[in-house]
Design a protein around this ligand. Sequence first.
Ligand SMILES: [Zn+2]
Length: 86
Amino acid sequence: MGVKACSRKNCENIMCDICIDGKWYLCRTCFEELKEYKRQWQSNLTTLQVLLLIKTFIKTTLPGTYNPYSSFHEDTEENFEKLIIT
Ligand SMILES: [Zn+2]
């Protein structure tokens, strides 16, 4: 029997009961954060796109440090300004 360790990078929690796609586990803390992250997502994503976003989230480190550049906010001007400081 596995310990169901949280799949999130750097997260040491075990006995996680939230299972994603039968492959990964998330602890409650990471799951809450994932739900926060989800609020940035577009409203018309396919299952595959959602899965890719979850996989992206899992690769981010703790806590609350998901890459702001990976937000899917589609405003080119805003994204451009975010990247470049003059
Ligand atoms: Zn976790």
